[in-house]
Design a protein around this ligand. Structure first.
Ligand SMILES: [Zn+2]
Length: 168
């Protein structure tokens, strides 16, 4: 069944897209964290102000805050350099994957898409699996004789009687 093949690949490509999105979100989180550190260090420096000559603790605290700010600057430099290359390659990959997903999705019927969305709501992890050695590759349990026969006939998509994943 050609549609089953498309469904399997489409699902895989969709998962790849979400992994790319997760990586992009991680970069954003890293940037927020650096901004937070910078803000905290700058605030500390402002609140310390200019310690008087005999204020040893104040001088130490100021030196520590300035050192933290220097470290933040270094970390930011490294981060922005890395982000520049990482982000553009992730975005490029995402565009490719999205175009690929669109191609495979076009081969899927409305019924298949509805079934897919029903199953993925219940089983977000791995909703589409292959049948190998007469078993479901999601739960690894053997298919019943009737299910196996229906799967071999390949007239319509079936779900595993044990775990509910779509069998392709
Ligand atoms: Zn199963």
């Amino acid at each position: 069944m050609k549609e089953a093949r498309s469904l399997l690949i489409w699902n895989r490509v969709r998962q790849e897209c979400s992994r790319i999105e997760e990586k992009l979100a991680l970069l954003k989180a890293e940037e927020r964290e650096l901004m937070e550190r910078r803000r905290a260090a700058e605030q500390k420096i402002t609140s310390i102000g200019t310690p008087s000559d005999d204020d040893i603790d104040g001088k130490i605290n100021l030196a520590l805050a300035q050192q933290e700010l220097w470290l933040v600057n270094k970390d930011e430099e490294r981060f922005f350099e890395r982000r520049f290359t990482e982000e553009s390659s992730l975005r490029e990959k995402k565009r490719e994957k999205e175009a690929e997903a669109k191609r495979y999705k076009a081969a899927l019927s409305a019924d298949t898409l509805a079934l897919y969305h029903r199953v993925i709501d219940l089983i977000p992890d791995n909703p589409v699996v292959e049948v190998r050695r007469r078993s479901c590759m999601g739960c690894y349990l053997p298919l019943s004789a009737a299910q196996m026969e229906e799967w071999e006939r390949g007239r319509r998509l079936i779900v595993c009687g044990e775990c509910g994943r779509i069998l392709v």
